[in-house]
Design a protein. Structure first.
Lengths: 771, 130
């Protein structure tokens, strides 16, 4: 495989970024057209590279490398990235065009355009990133963009909830993905994706190989709405329809599929990988197919069929046969084309009639013939009828299922899923546009060109690609399947295989689907009555989990941030005491210095003043007595300083004690100093326990300190330098005003600020201004 | 001597914490002052006690037999800062008592919360009137 460095690969991203910034300053309608232009130019750029990619050229470009952290960064374009990039830019261009008319005069069109451009940038970055760090950043960017786009109508409670739900589910999956990617990168020794694929053996041999794989799968499953995370996707339909068409059917929800396909060369031979993807994919597709028959809202019906499609794609990545890669990539394109078209049609119907309940719509074909044409073309592809490309894809999927293990179950469930898909396709085309005309809130007619271009082009492409399957196979599907397999793929798409088992299956599917369609009006109410889905489904679990989480958060806040100063102080002292005691105990710090009877002299008597004064202060009946007792402690302390060789400190202590007495005397007139302490007996015991514990901790810590030798270097240095360097004989004074003069300046400043604050607070407040 | 000193400091800490945990803001303030005193004494003790002679230089350098100058310098700073903080805390207590008519910690906590929006509204009304 040849590599080509080309800045062309950066162009679509740069255009999207520039357009996003520009769109913020433009008139809303112009912003949408700028977005359309950026997407179309990006599409052209990727198309220009498509020829090279089909010949096996790998285009690369540098982006955001951080060599010091071992992050190589960089973009790379291979077949897999190309197929996604073309879908993102191609459908993107049509969606921008569509939005311009869909929101029309709505001033929020500008905001929508900016967010869509940010999303497009993130998607393009994610699918062309050749570095897991880059990939992850873009991946999360798409989740954030989705959050804002789902919550676009943020004044509606439902939209906000749906946005949060999508963000939480995909965000939690994103965290799992990050952990998985880091484990994989650690095992491979590189963050480069091509490097990881090359280091396949190291990745699989690592002890964390299985957890890493499971975490990556988890991240992909949340993003691509696989069971049991599928519930966020239908709720995300709170977004405007162009957003649903773009993010939640054609591109973003396929990002998980993209990453699974990207890592498929590493894991494809692992039985666990195959098993998980096959069965979760099968269950997801069946779940979507069944739940789609419970809905009548057009967008929710489409959302569930999207889940079906995503499940089928996951299944196709999981099943073993090599043709599965071809089938997966073909179905990816097919699904994106018809599903985006049908979403846009649903938006047109909603926009023009003011209703989107399939059970109340009908016979619109006469009023809006072009819309009906687009819907029918897309629905025929969805139903998998020849000569549409959907037929090619369906045949391939059936062939893969017949070929693999447990084929009976795969084909059996697949048959039912496809029959349901055919029925839904019938509802979206025949029921909506033919039959008896139902009254609608607005008189319908075909929309303008901007809104018609998307559905018609996308649906028409389904027909064109179906009649020229060879081109699709050689140019797009082949290179993509090769990237997914890690080796060249033998791809031959054709429309007609002649009479075979596959053809018989197809015919039976369509027949069964038409039968379901005929009974649709009766099936849906019946399915709706099965309330068990609403009660026991993962969505209900999510609701309960979220409610419980919020309760726990509120409870924790109440317990920790209770607002009681006493509570905070109790906790503070208890933790400080316990931590000190525990450390002393565990680290063997309990030691008693030798009792030196000779060192004991009359000064020990002064020490007695401390416990006496302290006990008196603590047990004083009134504050007034406590102040007096505290004075005793203060003056005892001053005396201790005096007799232990610290006359300077003693004088300061005397001065401060005296000043405190003066200040308290001044304040006493205004304060309830005769008030008695009022603690309950239980509180007294608890407080006393904490107090004694703290005192004990301090004493034991001091004894531990005294038990260790004293490092006198600093004291000696000051003693030596006092006269020599600072020409002072009083070492304490020299330290304060010379060696540590700046600290003393700071101290003076603090005192000055305190004085200012006191003055300000003491200012008399006029009566009428008191709060 | 040192052991007795350490025990004496422990009693001061005990008393100060017990006062700290009181419901009364004033007692809490006294606990704060006592705690500061205990910490100052602890610094003195950690620098070792014994000599009565102050750290004054007679000859060229500070000879043996004098008290340790380093803790003294630290304590001097601590006393002054502690005094400033005490004065400020006392004035805050005074102000709180003047505003809310109580020095009870619990009553103050209750007094703070609900009054704020009412006051803002009242202030807005006054501004309009003025």
């Amino acid at each position: 495989m040849t590599m080509v460095h080309t800045p062309l690969l950066l162009l679509p991203l740069a255009l999207a970024a520039a357009a996003a910034i520009a769109a913020g300053f433009l008139r809303p309608r112009l912003a949408a057209f700028v977005g359309c232009g950026a997407a179309a130019a990006g599409f052209a750029a990727y198309l220009a590279m498509a020829g090279g990619v089909a010949e096996g050229v790998r285009a690369t470009a540098p982006l955001l490398a951080v060599p010091t952290l071992g992050i190589g960064g960089g973009l790379a374009l291979d077949g897999l990235a190309l197929i996604f990039a073309l879908l993102i830019t191609g459908i993107g261009a049509l969606v921008f065009l569509y939005s311009a008319d869909y929101l029309g005069a709505d001033r929020r069109l500008g905001r929508l355009s900016v967010m869509l451009l940010v999303f497009m940038l993130a998607m393009l970055g994610a699918v062309t990133a050749d570095d897991i760090v880059l990939l992850f950043v873009f991946w999360e960017m798409t989740s954030l963009a989705s959050f804002f786009l789902v919550g676009f109508n943020h004044t509606e409670r439902g939209a906000r909830q749906a946005a949060l739900q999508a963000l939480l589910v995909t965000g939690a999956g994103g965290l799992a993905l990050l952990a998985g990617l880091l484990l994989v990168a650690g095992a491979a020794g590189t963050t480069s994706i091509s490097g990881i694929i090359a280091a396949r053996d190291a990745v699989l041999a690592a002890p964390t190989a299985v957890p890493a794989m499971l975490l990556v799968i988890l991240g992909c499953f949340t993003k691509s709405a696989q069971v049991p995370f599928h519930f966020w996707l239908p709720n995300a339909m709170a977004a405007p329809t162009p957003v649903s068409a773009y993010l939640h059917s054609a591109t973003m929800v396929k990002l998980g599929i993209y990453l699974l396909a990207r890592f498929n060369p590493v894991y494809q031979d692992e039985v666990l990988w195959q098993t998980i993807l096959t069965w979760f994919g099968l269950v997801t597709s069946a779940t979507g197919a069944v739940l789609a028959l419970r809905e009548t809202d057009l967008k929710r019906v489409l959302a569930y069929t999207t889940i079906t499609g995503l499940g089928t794609l996951t299944l196709l990545i999981g099943v073993a046969p090599a043709e599965a890669a071809t089938a997966a990539m073909t179905f990816l394109v097919v699904h994106a084309l018809y599903k985006a078209a049908l979403f846009l049609v649903a938006g047109v119907v909603d926009h023009e009639t003011g209703a989107r309940d399939a059970s109340r719509l009908g016979g619109l074909g006469r009023a809006m013939p072009l819309t009906a044409l687009a819907a029918c073309l897309a629905a025929l592809s969805m139903a998998g009828l020849p000569p549409f490309v959907g037929f090619v894809a369906k045949e391939l999927v059936y062939a893969v299922k017949l070929d693999g293990e447990s084929s009976a179950l795969l084909v059996g469930v697949g048959f039912l899923v496809n029959a349901s898909t055919v029925a839904i396709a019938g509802v979206l085309s025949l029921r909506l546009f033919f039959g008896t005309r139902q009254p609608t809130p607005r008189a319908p007619h075909d929309p303008g060109l901007a809104m018609l271009a998307g559905p018609i082009l996308l649906a028409g492409l389904g027909l064109i690609a179906g009649s020229m399957p060879g081109l699709l196979g050689d140019r797009l599907v082949g290179p993509a399947a090769a990237a997914m397999l890690g080796r060249p793929a033998d791809v031959h798409l054709s429309l007609w295989h002649g009479p075979s088992v596959l053809l018989a299956l197809s015919i039976a599917t369509v027949a069964a689907g038409m039968a379901i369609f005929a009974a649709w009006g009766r099936i849906v109410p019946g399915m709706r009555r099965a309330a068990i889905v609403d009660v026991a489904g993962p969505a209900a679990l999510y609701e309960r989990g979220l409610a419980r989480l919020l309760e726990i958060a509120a409870g924790t806040t109440r317990a920790i941030q209770h607002g009681s100063l006493r509570g905070y102080l109790r906790l503070l002292f208890a933790v400080a005491a316990l931590a000190t005691l525990a450390t002393l105990l565990l680290r063997d710090g309990l030691r008693l210095p030798a009792f030196d009877a000779a060192g004991l002299d009359a000064r020990a008597l002064i020490l007695l003043g401390l416990p006496v004064g302290a006990a008196a202060a603590a047990l004083a009946p009134t504050v007034f007595v406590a102040i007096l007792a505290m004075g005793l402690v203060g003056f005892t302390t001053a005396a201790l300083f005096l007799v232990f060789g610290a006359p300077d400190v003693a004088f300061t202590q005397f001065a401060v004690e005296t000043l405190l007495v003066v200040i308290f005397a001044a304040a006493i007139r205004y304060l309830p100093i005769r008030r008695r302490g009022y603690r309950q007996r239980r509180e007294r015991v608890a407080d006393a326990t904490i107090a004694v514990g703290t005192g004990l901790a301090v004493t034991l810590a001091l004894l531990a300190v005294l038990g260790t030798p004293y490092d006198s270097r600093l004291s000696d240095w000051f003693g030596d330098q006092s006269l020599a360097a600072a020409h002072g004989r009083n070492v304490v004074n020299v330290i304060l005003v010379d060696f540590r003069a700046l600290d003393t300046l700071g101290e003076i400043t603090v005192l000055a600020i305190a004085a200012f604050a006191v003055t300000a607070l003491l200012r008399p407040i006029p009566k009428d201004q008191t709060r | 001597m040192e052991i007795l000193f350490a025990i004496a400091i422990g009693t001061v800490v005990t008393a100060s914490v017990y006062l700290f945990l009181s419901r009364d803001l004033l007692r809490g303030l006294l606990g704060f002052i006592l705690f500061g005193t205990a910490v100052n004494l602890a610094i003195l003790l950690a620098g070792r006690v014994g000599p009565m002679r102050p750290p004054l230089v007679d000859a060229a350098v500070l000879g043996a037999g004098a008290a340790n100058p380093l803790p003294q310098a630290l304590i001097l700073t601590a006393i002054v800062i502690g005094f400033g903080l005490t004065a400020f805390a006392l004035i805050l207590t005074l102000t709180a008592h003047r505003e809310f008519g109580t020095t009870s910690v619990e009553e103050l906590a209750e007094a703070e919360t609900p009054k704020v929006p009412a006051n803002t509204a009242a202030a807005a009304t006054r501004r309009e009137a003025a």
